[in-house]
Design a protein around this ligand. Structure first.
Ligand SMILES: [Zn+2]
Length: 285
């Protein structure tokens, strides 16, 4: 009987050991798989982050940005090599901070670059400038009709700086944006006009006095100069776009376009205005 019992016990003990071995192996395999899973996850995460940062870097400036800027932006063409490098960096930074969205319009590389150029040209000499009051630029195909707050609308609705629900939003039309840069023989540039409004708005009020960059001692002189010129424009006409005579807000934007588009002509025709704009935009004459 004892024999039979021992005979019965042996196989079951053997089974137990095999079972234990199997369990042990299974356990090891589970741990190995877990480690492998975590490793794969880490690798994927690294690749993902790397890919994102790489796309970010290349997305903001198209490969041929330098040729495009040279071809279309007179201000850029006139810069030296170091100046161009600085301009490129500022453009890249602007495009990384501000979203540009087409509304029934395809936004091409050239449009993105021209918007950034319009933003950077007026503040080029103010190296630490940031458009903290701008998050998005909406690009419309041509002139547009909207039920937006009348305060926000602008000349033939070629562009506007948003108010109310459109706070921190700028609207530009693709056609006017391009014309502003293609045509160098006039004093118009819609993008510069709208960015001048944003610069004016930065101190909290849009009044034609960009107090954030204009030294306090010149404020009353500048106000006086704007009012006098507007009166002269209304009475005698002017080579300054008559839209500037609407009010001091539009005067500042219109005269800024003139200053950056035809500086030589403004200096010759309106030396006092030119001198004040040099002060405002920190251009050393
Ligand atoms: Zn305006």
């Amino acid at each position: 009987m004892e024999n039979i019992t021992s005979f019965l016990i042996y196989p079951s003990q053997f089974d137990l050991i095999t079972q234990k071995k199997k369990l042990y192996l299974h356990h090891i395999m589970v741990i190995a798989l877990q480690v492998l899973f975590v490793l794969v996850l880490i690798i994927l995460l690294i690749l993902f982050v790397f890919r994102i940062s790489r796309t970010r870097k290349t997305n903001h400036l198209p490969e041929n940005y330098s040729e495009l800027l040279t071809e279309y932006v007179k201000f850029y063409r006139q810069l030296d090599v170091r100046g161009k490098e600085m301009f490129d960096k500022r453009v890249e930074h602007f495009l990384s901070a501000v979203k540009i969205t087409g509304v029934n319009a395809i936004v091409e590389d050239i449009d993105r670059l021209l918007i950034a150029a319009g933003a950077i040209i007026p503040v080029y000499s103010i190296t630490d400038w940031q458009y903290i009051n701008l998050h998005e630029v909406l690009v419309y195909p041509g002139s547009f009709n909207m039920d937006f707050d009348q305060e926000g609308t602008d000349r033939n609705i070629a562009g506007m700086v948003g108010t109310g629900a459109l706070q921190n939003v700028m609207i530009l039309t693709k056609w006017q944006l391009r014309q502003g840069f293609i045509n160098n023989n006039d004093t118009h540039n819609t993008a510069i006009h709208e960015f001048a409004h944003l610069i004016d708005k930065m101190d909290g009020t849009m009044d034609g006095v960009p107090e954030i960059i204009l030294e306090r001692k010149y404020v009353s002189q500048w106000k006086q100069m704007m009012e006098t010129t507007i009166e002269q424009m209304k009475n005698y006409g002017s080579d300054i776009d008559m839209y500037g005579a609407t009010n001091t807000v539009e005067f500042f934007a219109v005269i800024s376009e003139y200053f950056f588009e035809q500086p030589g002509l403004l200096k010759a025709n309106h030396p006092m205005l030119y001198e004040m704009l040099e002060r405002i935009y920190k251009i050393s004459g």
